[in-house]
Design a protein around this ligand. Structure first.
Ligand code: 13P
Length: 291
């Protein structure tokens, strides 16, 4: 059943766990993620990248994800991830997104606040006052849609940490934006980590005592399970994954492609492997975050 993202996250936190959110560029991945959630009996969040939502087919994908969420036997929310463009936010919500990350984290502080406020005003004016807004304070390094390994050119290589969230700004930021969830920069990056991830639990703790709204950890790919399980105790109720999910799918497709071409161009069976790869990752992540 489709559910409000903030309710899903808050109720998970009350049980001492966090909800995983997975980027879905396509319906096959989304089917696998929702299937894994149903198997585990836990709720899940489907993320749509802003580049996806900026296209007519991306908006159709959002409508399809909404249908998938409605039909699911567990709570599912559909969120537009990392949006900076108000028109894309309006279109995504009109297409069926329940929630938006209005991401002004790369902007100066006051402009970041102004973006979130403008998003709320626009969505309310369009008849969607109840859309759940996440905001982000402290920019994350890395590309949301692409990840590179150490043997690729230096300018495209693994990602070093950018700035940290300034915990002194948290109360003011949350009050003035009215955000219902807060994404933080605590040593996390999008894509592949340079060396071992070094999460700043001290900064996270400092943020957690300054606001009651749930926190969000982006860039969770590559963070060891034993670290991720600690997050809910710091009020991190939503944990975002993309790189690990699609790396696994692509590796599976690469491995399976020749045999499936030889087997009569068997796309249907190849999609079964795609489903299994995404489903296993989602299932393992759900198990980690709820253990
Ligand atoms: P990763 O690609 O590093 O897992 O980050 C995903 C993310 O934060 C999506 O918002």
């Amino acid at each position: 059943m489709r559910t409000r993202l903030d309710h899903l996250v808050t109720s998970a936190l009350q049980q001492g766990s966090a909800v995983p959110a997975f980027t879905c560029y396509d319906f096959t991945t989304a089917l696998a993620v929702v299937g894994a959630a149903e198997e585990s009996g836990r709720g899940v969040i489907l993320l749509v990248a802003p580049k996806t939502a900026a296209t007519p087919n991306g908006l159709r994908l959002i409508a399809a994800l909404r249908g998938l969420a409605d039909a699911a036997s567990v709570p599912v929310a559909v969120q537009l991830d990392h949006a900076t463009d108000l028109a894309v936010m309006a279109d995504a919500v009109a297409a069926g997104a329940d929630s938006v990350l209005a991401d002004g984290s790369s902007l100066p502080y006051e402009e970041n606040i102004a973006l979130v406020v403008a998003a709320r005003e626009l969505l309310a004016a369009n008849g969607h006052p109840d859309v759940v807004l996440e905001a982000e304070l402290g920019g994350l390094a890395g590309d949301e849609d692409r990840a590179f390994s150490a043997d690729q050119p230096a300018d495209q290589s693994v990602v070093a940490v950018a700035g940290l969230t300034d915990s002194a700004q948290v109360e003011d930021f949350v009050a003035r934006t009215g955000a219902q969830l807060l994404a933080v920069a605590v040593g996390n990056v999008h894509g592949k980590y340079k060396g071992e991830p070094q999460l700043r639990w001290d900064v996270l703790q400092d943020i957690a005592v300054r606001t009651h709204i749930p926190l969000v950890l982006h860039g969770a790919s590559g963070i060891p399970a034993e670290e991720l399980v600690k997050a809910a105790a710091m009020n991190v109720g939503k944990v975002n994954f993309n790189t690990e999910l699609r790396t696994g799918v692509l590796a599976t497709l690469q491995e399976q492609l020749p045999a499936h071409r030889a087997d009569g161009e068997n796309l249907q069976a190849l999609l079964g492997h795609w489903n299994r790869s995404a489903g296993e990752f989602a299932g393992a992540t759900l198990a980690t975050l709820t253990r």
